[in-house]
Design a protein around this ligand. Structure first.
Ligand SMILES: CC(C)(COP(=O)(O)OP(=O)(O)OC[C@H]1O[C@@H](n2cnc3c(N)ncnc32)[C@H](O)[C@@H]1OP(=O)(O)O)[C@@H](O)C(=O)NCCC(=O)NCCS
Length: 168
């Protein structure tokens, strides 16, 4: 680590949205925030599900983190609130300095189970962070490869590889 940095909740304003453009994983979520800001549907400096790390005045790492209600939980036993972590990304030039780990450790602080769907090639990083592949459930996981992390005492839900899918 170069010097101490902290994880901050990001507010949505034109400056943050401009900074987001540097991240590869910029997409519909950010574009719709921009439209909402331009159309005064959301106020300047609204809270967002994003957290980030500033290095000097530059946003160099970010993730989106939100809490999913237990009634939608399909991963843990018994069903419980968990965190969905996505869009974790560290800008090139700032990687391998502990910023990715710092964001994941921040999410772990809530002591809730965490689910993420990683980008290809980042598997090694997630393993180091203590995440493992969720037991495959065809109906639930079709087209995605969720990884999960559980705090002590939390159990993963048992699944069937075929889910409840009806054969044709
Ligand atoms: C994946 C990513 C979020 C990791 O963040 P980071 O800040 O670079 O990672 P950190 O410095 O916090 O690394 C923590 C540990 O994970 C390891 N690590 C980082 N990226 C890794 C990877 N892709 N594969 C295996 N291990 C990795 C680090 O070596 C470090 O290990 P150590 O604790 O033994 O020193 C970041 O590199 C990124 O945004 N990459 C671009 C998107 C992507 O997924 N790329 C995949 C690599 S091409």
């Amino acid at each position: 680590m170069l010097e101490p940095v902290s994880v901050e909740r990001l507010v949505i304003n034109f400056k943050t949205l401009e900074e987001f453009k540097q991240f590869k994983n910029y997409g519909n979520q950010e574009l719709s925030m921009l439209e909402d800001l331009q159309g005064n549907i959301i106020e300047n400096d609204s809270v967002s599900p994003f957290f980030g790390i500033y290095y000097g005045s530059a946003l160099v790492a970010r993730m989106s983190l939100y809490r999913v209600d237990a009634k939608y939980d399909q991963y843990f036993d018994p069903p419980q609130d968990y965190l969905e972590l996505w869009k974790l990304e560290v800008l090139p030039g700032y990687r391998d300095k502990g910023f990715g780990k710092k964001l994941v450790d921040f999410a772990k602080q809530y002591e809730l189970p965490i689910k993420t769907s990683p980008l290809i090639n980042s598997q090694g990083f997630w393993e180091k962070m203590g995440f493992h592949k969720a037991k495959y459930d065809m109906e639930r996981d079709l087209g995605s490869n969720p990884l999960i992390w559980t705090p002590e005492g939390v159990t993963e839900k048992e699944t069937s590889a075929f889910g409840n899918t009806q054969t044709l």
